[in-house]
Design a protein around this ligand. Structure first.
Ligand code: FAD
Length: 465
């Protein structure tokens, strides 16, 4: 293999020109040979900072050791015990800011490719037979609201402890952002379907098309429906808008709507799938996080000739994962740094024709610690576009708070939980994931689901005695 020990074993991937026109997964994954070679690079540190760097504390050196010893069942077991969604996190976790950032090898060379190995082991596990069906052994029923990573992980952990668990999901497909947000070319839905199948084997029931707070009230879950505890994992799916003229024109989407139409409703398979999505020649996406990269790369795959990122700060302040940024560059996405939209222009029929942008310069750091963008007076210019996709942030939907007496939220609309716990202001109601933290990451949501399951179990077990 033509790589030096100092370098990470590169992830095999599809050519940019070939992949940018379809939704097939970009990365192929390691072979056994790659994995063995990469796991051998681990220094097996006495004090492995990578374990602390991982939000769910995967015992990384032990799992590396298992891979290099060829003991795949042990590697898979170590991984899954710490992280119930390894095939997903191995694909989408920002490892470069977590475990890999503090890898001791990184001080002189490149860190071990922990994320690529996580994906490799989890994909091996997916080839193995599914676990046998489990029957609940306890009487207390648990309801989970929302089927994103927080809800799925909490459900799995509680089902393993013997509780009958039902997940209520507002959309017609389970998985939260993993299904409706992150595109197929980064996270194939077959992976998510497999994780969900495992949950079903554990006895978890998933009921879709139920919006708690609308179809049923949260309090109905306790009363008529007889649940002993509820975990709220409703995420942060409410898009933020810019509040500039022209936002209501045809051809302007929130990234949520744009990606939901493509991923959950399969607009990319139109007309076999019943969801049209009008994507013009030039698409501008406002923002530079993971969602923005997913939106602009999806726009190219939906037929746009030009995909443009518009961001009011610079490349340094961008929040997207490095891998996604590089993939976007390779696929031909253009980046317009230090520009801020001030107006969306349209024609007499109400369709978008252009985006008026103002140039910015960077000033002092703001509350987020990043340099504050400052407008340059008189620098406006118009950029011709056919679509504008807004990807400037999300917050939790206020529906549950509005329909559940005594459920407290903070000034950002996030559910308030007791410090270090998942308990909300309501008895027997717990919460975690983006609904509590605001928009964050898959692994943090998964960790919150795991912690909440332990807390619910402890409280219910305590009540027994
Ligand atoms: P969600 O995944 O948002 O799931 C919440 C679920 O609750 C949804 O299915 C919703 O329909 C349902 N729901 C909401 N209200 C109700 C209700 N009242 N009744 C019933 N159901 C309800 N993170 C990473 O780590 N890496 C990435 O690469 C990455 N890329 C991303 C790309 C996109 C496009 C987006 C939007 C986010 C990305 N994130 C990424 C962030 C990550 O996906 C989220 O932090 C994570 O999914 C949050 O999990 P959650 O379970 O809290 O909520």
């Amino acid at each position: 293999m033509p790589v030096k020990r100092a370098e990470k074993t590169p992830m095999p991937q599809r050519e940019a020109t070939e992949r940018a026109s379809n939704f097939l997964e970009v990365n192929h994954g390691y072979t056994m040979e790659h994995a063995f070679f990469e796991a051998e690079r681990c220094l097996r540190c006495q004090e492995p900072d990578c374990v602390e760097g991982c939000p769910v504390h995967i015992p990384i050196p032990d799992f590396m050791h298992a891979v290099s010893a060829g003991d795949m069942p042990r590697a898979a077991d170590l991984l899954r015990t710490a992280n119930p969604l390894p095939a997903i996190c191995g694909r989408v976790c920002p490892q470069e800011d977590q475990c890999e950032k503090v890898c001791h090898l990184d001080k002189r060379f490149r860190s071990v490719a922990i994320g690529h190995l996580e994906r490799f082991v989890a994909d091996w596990e997916r080839e193995q037979p599914l676990p046998p069906l489990l029957q609940p052994t306890r009487e207390e029923k648990i309801a989970i609201v929302g089927s994103g990573p927080a809800g799925l992980v909490c459900a799995g952990e509680l089902a393993r402890k013997g509780y009958p668990v039902t997940i209520y999901e507002g959309l017609h497909g389970a998985g939260g952002v993993l299904r409706y947000g992150i595109p197929e070319f980064r996270l194939p839905k077959a992976i998510l379907d497999w994780e969900i199948e495992i949950l079903k084997r554990l006895g978890v029931e998933i009921v879709c098309n139920v919006i708690v707070g609308k179809t049923i009230k949260l309090d109905d879950l306790f009363g008529k429906m007889g649940f002993s505890a509820v975990f709220i994992a409703t995420g942060a799916g409410l898009p933020t808008f810019l509040g500039i003229p022209g936002e209501n024109l045809n051809g302007v989407y929130s990234a949520n709507e744009f990606l939901t139409r493509i991923n959950l409703m399969r607009a990319y398979q139109f007309p076999e799938a019943d969801t049209p999505l009008k994507v013009g020649k030039r698409v501008a996406v406002i923002g530079a996080g993971n969602t923005a990269m997913d939106a602009v790369r999806s726009a190219l795959r939906m037929g746009a000739e030009e995909g443009l990122i518009v961001y009011r700060r610079s490349e340094t302040e961008m929040t997207a994962r490095v891998e996604e940024y590089h993939h976007a560059l390779e696929e031909g996405v253009k980046f317009n740094w230090l520009t801020n939209p001030v107006e969306i222009e349209g024609d007499e029929d109400g369709w978008v024709t252009g985006l008026k942008l103002q140039r910015m310069e960077l000033g002092e750091a703001d509350a987020s610690g990043r340099a504050r963008p400052v407008p340059i007076e008189g620098s406006e210019f118009v950029f011709p576009v056919d679509n504008v996709v807004l990807s400037i942030g999300n917050s939790p939907n206020p529906l549950l708070r509005k329909t559940t007496p005594g459920l407290e939220t903070n000034e950002w609309g996030c559910l308030v939980v007791r410090e270090g716990l998942s308990q909300t202001s309501r008895d027997r109601v717990y919460a975690g994931g983006d609904a509590v933290s605001g928009a964050a990451t898959v692994i943090l949501a998964a960790g919150a689901g795991k912690d909440a399951a332990a807390e619910i179990h402890e409280n219910l077990s305590g009540k027994e005695g």
